[in-house]
Design a protein around this ligand. Structure first.
Ligand SMILES: Nc1ncnc2c1ncn2[C@@H]1O[C@H](COP(=O)(O)OP(=O)(O)OP(=O)(O)O)[C@@H](O)[C@H]1O
Ligand SMILES: [Mg+2]
Length: 230
């Protein structure tokens, strides 16, 4: 597996006929972003998927040790079998750049690879994007990469994430964000403000349509608080 995103490393089997399938999801906290990614976007089985998942919101083998993560990813890639491997360790920008490199290193145009990133606003890319992430966004398509990202704070991520994704899900927002989104997407402030959690507008092939997901229990502690043993 390539260890760095250099000009001279290219993943194998470039296939320019592959479409842009990138997906972006935005909603305020509790709006249902992780639910919609798990339930509606990233297939539950039989895929190659790599996760940037500091809060362990996705079903995958989580690692917080770089060596163990890289070893698991390289082994899974070599086996030519489906895998779900996630990073839940340090979530600094530097770690994110490293993680993006690890993903670039396992792309192969013969296979789809889902590249799932949680809370992109935390990476502070509004003014200056992270080069390695940029490369994935711009170039992974030809090597089977499908980027799925989300944010709570749409004003704090690069606009191109919204404008250049093939599919966009916009969920519940505060009123002041709704004004920004109206300008960017044409969706009406009033319609956005009326959205309930787990409800969205989805843009696909240029059309906005209402879309929703149903809450599905997840294997962490969600829905189990205050369940004291007697
Ligand atoms: N036990 C439950 N029963 C029914 N609905 C639930 C339950 N737990 C959570 N939900 C619904 O799921 C929503 C949370 O979804 P999700 O975790 O996908 O949000 P999110 O947008 O990813 O939030 P964050 O940005 O904070 O990660 C809640 O707002 C609620 O509507
Ligand atoms: Mg979430």
């Amino acid at each position: 597996m390539a260890k760095c995103l250099t000009d001279y490393y290219e993943p194998p089997n470039e296939d320019t006929s592959l479409e842009n399938r990138h997906v972006f999801v935005a909603a305020k906290t509790g709006g249902g972003k992780s639910q919609v990614m798990r339930n509606e976007i990233v297939p539950a089985k039989n895929v190659r998927a790599v996760f940037w998942d500091p809060d362990k919101d996705h079903r995958c083998n989580h690692f917080n040790n770089r060596r163990q993560y890289l070893t698991a990813l390289a082994k899974a890639h070599k086996a030519r079998r489906p895998f779900r491997i996630g990073w839940s360790g340090d979530s600094s920008k530097e770690s994110f750049a490293w993680w993006c490199e690890s993903v670039w290193g396992v792309l192969d145009g013969k296979f789809d690879t889902w590249i799932v990133t949680e809370e992109l606003a935390d990476l502070d890319m509004q003014n200056r994007t992270i080069r390695q992430y940029n490369t994935l966004n711009k170039r992974s398509r030809k090597y089977g990469g499908i980027m799925v990202g989300n944010t709570q704070r749409i004003q704090e991520v690069p606009k191109t994430l919204v404008t250049q994704s093939a599919v966009v899900w916009i969920g519940q927002h505060e009123y002041q964000d709704a004004a920004y989104i109206e300008k960017m997407t044409g969706l009406k402030k009033a319609d956005l403000s009326a959205l309930e959690p787990l409800n969205f507008f989805r843009k696909e092939k240029g059309e906005w349509v209402p879309a929703a997901t149903k809450y599905r229990k997840f294997g962490n502690s969600s829905g189990k608080r205050n369940e004291f043993k007697r």
